[in-house]
Design a protein. Structure first.
Lengths: 374, 471
């Protein structure tokens, strides 16, 4: 039986440095611009004649070699404000020109599950809710600790908590209360309870030989793996890691970020593969913008064009779109100029991987790339 | 009678502030309702101390001049739960929710806090003066692109939102009026500021650039002339639609939840007479907010039991209200940042509304994610027996003679602020207490602790009810 496609959205928060992630190793301009915030020659991990990975991305190299990693070059949109929050909002809402409040992932969830048949169609691992998932009427579980998620988790005594939750369900029953707002709260509370009840089976069912690191990102991906492996019908996961905003001390900072992320991603897919549950999963990594071509002596400042990733068995690996020109005359305000609209990236995933019509979700028609296997 | 007075006072404090612990309710009820309204409206005349900025500066310098947005959020939230002047802060929040300006674009938390401070200083003064302050506020100018509104290339963003969201509301002006308003505000801009590096952020300054101002004749809402921004504001404030719109906002914020603002054109107010009465007072007073609030809080339509618990609490009220109820932060302690973030995780990121329309309010504060968050935060807080407010509730219940399950439940509901729940909910709470066995009190350490646990269990369950989401 064919499995439903699953998307894992992994946000690199802060603006990941394109140049030191996918290194244009034989382009002399790279070392012209980057005097101090640079990967020394020979230390990068070559992936072909022209490019190399950041040395800490070694755990991700096998995905490239297997043809399961797509690099989407020069991704972004016109007139980047180079502001974290504005840029991130744009990626979340697909609204580059005006302030948007509806998230594309929220729309995705609504398209996949219009009748709210599964309150766990979309699950966020982190605190609060990213705007990408915000859409009125769309239930989303936001899990900060999978082993301890739910209503009244402060009641630690198990039997006491069980009784409290049973009482909660009774107090939220439709039999009590008058008026549309009480009804709405009743339904919301019962949905939340149902979601938590279902989610708590995930750690219970989980067993794996993979030992994830104790880092926050590894634990988040482990949580996602747990929920995915528990077959709860979740179609989209969201998480993020911060902070890639390396204005200063970028050499050690960026190194640690990629060390933690690469190990976590590698463990995540190893976990899924061990359980034969990887073949329908695509993970994407994106960031709100790349960083300046010239370093500032200790780090780099906000740029424009960046790189996004798609990793997974359904992915047709390779380079997509174009690495923007590093030539001075081709830069805009000292930054790489994006040449591929991020909404095309979303559209490719929505249509080719998730099997959905992307037009309403990203609010338009955008050029798609061919990085999903047919 | 005493019960009703406390209950009414609890209603007033929830609406005109962020709630209060029971002892405070008793003290205020003893002073009397009208006297309390006066004290809330005129803290200076009534000897209520001002906000203690020195404590903030001494213990939380990082929050006083925030470098990160979350610290700015934490600063505003800190004011809400520590202020001696709850109505002043409640109005500050009102204006922030109305003149919604977002740090996501302004990208300058200290600048945003200056705007908040303007609301704090002038939010209970004169509406026209406040609107002028907003028109010259650098964060607002940048947020709504009025710095890009030029004589030769107008930008309508500020002009439009001024009419649509900040004064008259949709349906009371034409597109031409929007264009004219935009032209009238050309030249109202900000000086470029010193760059952020290397010495951190600097403030913008408002400047009027006469050379960039469109001096041509304009016709705005029937008035003709070389209208400038001040004239637009004068004309707007005199419009009956403005009084009506602002009155409805005050009703929505203080009295009972209305539908969302975009639907106001299609749905009349739930109490049109009350809104009209507020609007009339607003006009008669010369647009003085204090006088209007005095009228509102003393009106039957506010005091009537039918509007008690008729509003879904916003996250700021949930968080600040809980902190005040349990008596946390009577003295500075570490942990102000997570408290600020709690509001964010519950869906209200102070100093960073999602758009100029502000936040969706009423029942839209609640979704599966935020409900879990609200319930857990309040339940955890109310189970913290280290908190003086929680101890006070336990001690008060412990000082009675024998305690039946009904008395325990009713006692908890009362001490939490005369909370009302449906009969069915109350029965569930009573049944829960019954199912947990006899309520024992005694003086031994174990007995005291056991009794405390019985009480906090009930408090947690009350925090989890649907009814507790209302204020």
């Amino acid at each position: 039986m064919a499995k439903d496609p699953v998307l894992v959205v992994f946000q690199l928060t802060g603006g990941n440095d394109y140049l030191n992630t996918i290194i244009p190793r034989n382009n002399p301009l790279y070392r012209d611009y980057r005097k101090l915030v640079v990967i020394p020659e020979g230390e990068e991990i070559p992936i072909d004649d022209d490019y190399g990975f950041h040395p800490e991305m070694a755990p991700l190299k096998p995905f490239w070699d297997e043809g399961k990693m797509a690099l989407i070059h020069g991704i972004g949109y016109e007139n980047s404000p180079r502001s974290h929050f504005r840029s991130m909002d744009i990626w979340h809402t697909c609204e580059p020109d005006k302030v948007g409040t509806e998230g594309w992932v929220g729309r995705l969830i609504k398209t996949v599950d219009p009748n709210k048949e599964n309150v766990l169609t979309g699950v966020n691992f982190g605190q609060g809710l990213p705007r990408a998932m915000a859409l009125p009427g769309v239930p989303v579980a936001s899990v900060s600790d999978i082993e301890n998620y739910g209503v009244l988790t402060g009641i630690t005594a198990e039997d006491q908590r069980a009784r409290a939750l049973e009482r909660f369900a009774r107090m939220y029953s439709p039999a009590i209360g008058r008026g549309p707002v009480m009804d709405y709260l009743g339904q919301t509370g019962l949905d939340a309870l149902k979601g938590a009840d279902i989610l708590k089976t995930a750690p219970e069912k989980y067993s794996s030989t993979v030992e994830y690191a104790a880092t926050p990102i590894a634990q988040k991906l482990r949580g996602i793996a747990m929920v995915h492996l528990a077959n709860l019908g979740t179609r989209v996961f969201y998480t993020q890691h911060a902070s890639f905003d390396t204005h200063a001390s970028q050499m050690p900072g960026h190194q640690q970020l990629w060390k933690d992320c690469s190990a976590a991603i590698s463990d995540f897919f190893a976990d899924l593969r061990e359980h034969d549950a990887a073949d329908n999963v695509v993970m994407i990594m994106f960031t709100e913008f790349g960083r300046r071509v010239r370093d500032n002596g200790s780090g780099t400042d906000h740029g424009a064009g960046g790189v996004a990733f798609a990793i997974g068995d359904p992915v047709k690996g390779g380079h997509y779109s174009e690495y923007p020109s590093l030539k001075l005359e081709d830069l805009q305000e000292g930054d790489l100029v994006p040449n591929y609209d991020f909404r095309g990236f979303y559209s490719s995933l929505l249509e080719q991987h998730m099997g959905l019509d992307p037009t309403e979700i990203v609010d338009g028609t955008f050029e798609q790339l061919d990085f999903i296997r047919k | 009678m005493a019960g009703k007075n406390i209950a009414l006072m609890a209603h007033l404090m929830r609406r005109a502030g962020f709630g209060a612990a029971y002892e405070e309710l008793e003290a205020r009820a003893a002073k009397g309702y009208e006297a309390t309204v006066e004290e809330l409206l005129e803290p200076d005349a009534n000897g209520v101390p001002e906000y203690d900025e020195l404590t903030l500066a001494r213990y939380f310098p990082d929050m006083e001049v925030p470098s990160a947005p979350a610290l700015g959020t934490a600063n505003f939230m800190y004011h809400l739960y520590t202020t001696p002047r709850p109505l002043v802060e409640k109005m500050t929040l009102f204006w922030h929710m109305l003149f919604a300006t977002g740090n996501s674009k302004v990208d300058n938390p200290p600048e945003m806090l200056q705007q908040i401070e303007m609301f704090r200083q002038h939010g209970m003064g004169n509406y026209k003066e406040l609107l002028m302050g907003v028109a010259k506020d650098p964060s607002m100018i940048f947020w709504l692109d009025n710095n890009q509104n030029h004589k030769l290339a107008p930008n309508e963003n500020w002009g439009r939102e001024l009419l649509e969201l900040f004064s008259m509301g949709q349906g009371n002006y034409t597109e031409d009026d929007v264009k004219m308003a935009a032209r009238a505000f050309t030249g109202w801009t900000i000086l470029p500021k010193i760059p952020r590096t290397p010495y951190q952020r600097h403030h913008w300054k408002f400047i009027y650039k006469a050379e960039d101002h469109d001096d041509g004749e304009k016709t705005f809402l029937g008035h003709k002339g070389n209208l400038n921004g001040e004239d637009i504001i004068d004309i707007i404030v005199d419009q009956p639609a403005t009084a009506q719109f602002m009155a409805r906002h005050l009703y929505n914020y203080f009295v009972a939840d209305e539908v969302q603002v975009p639907s106001w054109l299609d749905f009349p107010p739930r109490d049109p007479e009350a809104v009209k009465a507020i609007a009339d007072t607003f006009v008669k007073s010369g647009f003085e907010i204090k006088d209007t609030l005095r009228f509102l809080f003393n009106s039957d339509f506010f005091k009537d039991e039918s509007v008690w618990f008729a509003k879904v609490k916003n996250p700021a009220e949930v968080v600040a209200g809980t902190i005040r109820l349990i008596g946390d932060f009577k003295e500075p302690r570490p942990g102000v940042l997570p408290i600020g973030l709690e509001g964010t995780y519950q869906g209200q990121d102070l100093i960073n509304p999602p758009s100029v329309e502000g936040w969706h309010t009423g029942k839209e504060w609640v979704d599966t994610g935020s409900l879990v968050r609200r319930v857990n935060f309040v339940a955890d807080s109310l189970s913290n027996t280290d908190m003086p407010g929680v101890q006070a509730i336990i001690n008060r219940l412990g000082s009675n003679g024998t305690l039946t399950p009904e008395q325990l439940v009713d006692g908890c509901l009362e001490l939490l602020g005369a909370i009302r729940v449906e009969d069915g909910t109350r029965q569930q709470l009573v049944d829960h207490v019954k199912a947990s066995g006899e309520i024992k009190r005694g003086s031994s350490e174990d007995e005291v602790r056991a009794f405390g646990q019985r009480v906090t269990e009930v408090l947690q369950l009350i925090a989890a009810t649907r009814e507790y989401q209302f204020g």
